[in-house]
Design a protein around this ligand. Sequence first.
Ligand SMILES: Cc1cc2nc3c(=O)[nH]c(=O)nc-3n(C[C@H](O)[C@H](O)[C@H](O)COP(=O)(O)O)c2cc1C
Ligand SMILES: CC(C)CC(=O)C(=O)O
Length: 320
Amino acid sequence: MESEPVNVKEFQELAKQVLPKMYYDYYAGGAEDQYTLKQNVEAFQRITIRPRILVDVSRIDMSTTVLGHEISAPIMVAPTAMHQLAHSEGEVATARGAAACNTIMILSYNSTCTVEEVASSCNAVRFFQLYVFKRRDISAQLVQRAEKSGFKAVVLTVDAPRLGRREADIKNKMVAPQLKNFEGLLSTAVNSNDGSGLEAYANETFDSSLCWEVIGWLRSITSLPILVKGVLTHEDARMAVEAGVDGIVVSNHGARQLDYSPATISVLEEVVHAVGGKVPVLFDGGIRRGTDVFKALALGWKAGCIWSCSKGGIWGETCT
Ligand SMILES: Cc1cc2nc3c(=O)[nH]c(=O)nc-3n(C[C@H](O)[C@H](O)[C@H](O)COP(=O)(O)O)c2cc1C
Ligand SMILES: CC(C)CC(=O)C(=O)O
């Protein structure tokens, strides 16, 4: 590319040029036929905007609050694993970026930098994304380390009882590195001769028996607010509210888990309606532009509404 990139698509193209194929495919890919991956973006493209004229827009304030934390715009950093596969500074650099933009970063449980390294690198408000291992003691330790390091919320990912079947990772024999957070606790390194090492790591460690009981368990080990990430139906949204969560993230994990799950923008209204403003609703999947953020906002009427875009490195909230 001759000139500076001007949109997320162009950044993605640059990434393809410079990253090893195994890593690019891991970052960019979805599960199985990648039908939902395509739909996440195309469902946004099908929504058009009905503009109104002669409205004074000379002074715009996009700032908002998420769980009481003020951010400059309804955009935050979604949790994505293993940033050091793309850059040696990894999540520390991402956190600095979030701080510079005055927004919140959600650090992945599977980060390549430790929670302590990220915490000491900048003053960004940070949330901690959690997977629950079969070894709950290890997950508890991580949550408690995050809390001690000043993270402000736990985002529990619930759409990965098993890792999605990502066919590119299987073909590339995707390597799972040793993650520093777990050094001395558990081996995460899988160099697989037989398919995706990442899938082997996840299937070995993630607790596939997880059910609603986990919310009570989490409450018993942390005083941080708890958000549930991976809600796609009104039934589960209501159950999450009843379970006492502090927030809901509408997400299909960037189409990396269950292929043929709906495009997230197509279920946002259903979830927002079911939640009825009781807790904030966050959103991610397919956001690639500011107009996508606007569309998600417009569909999140009457509720605090948050959304994210990992490919563009953004997330956000508004309140109407
Ligand atoms: C490379 C990559 C790694 C991810 N890692 C995690 C993770 O560790 N934990 C998690 O809850 N979600 C993870 N996600 C899902 C994102 O948090 C988010 O739900 C999704 O990427 C949003 O869709 P989008 O990629 O279309 O913006 C990952 C997504 C990508 C692309
Ligand atoms: C290491 C993986 C389990 C992280 C993840 O959630 C993902 O790749 O989507």
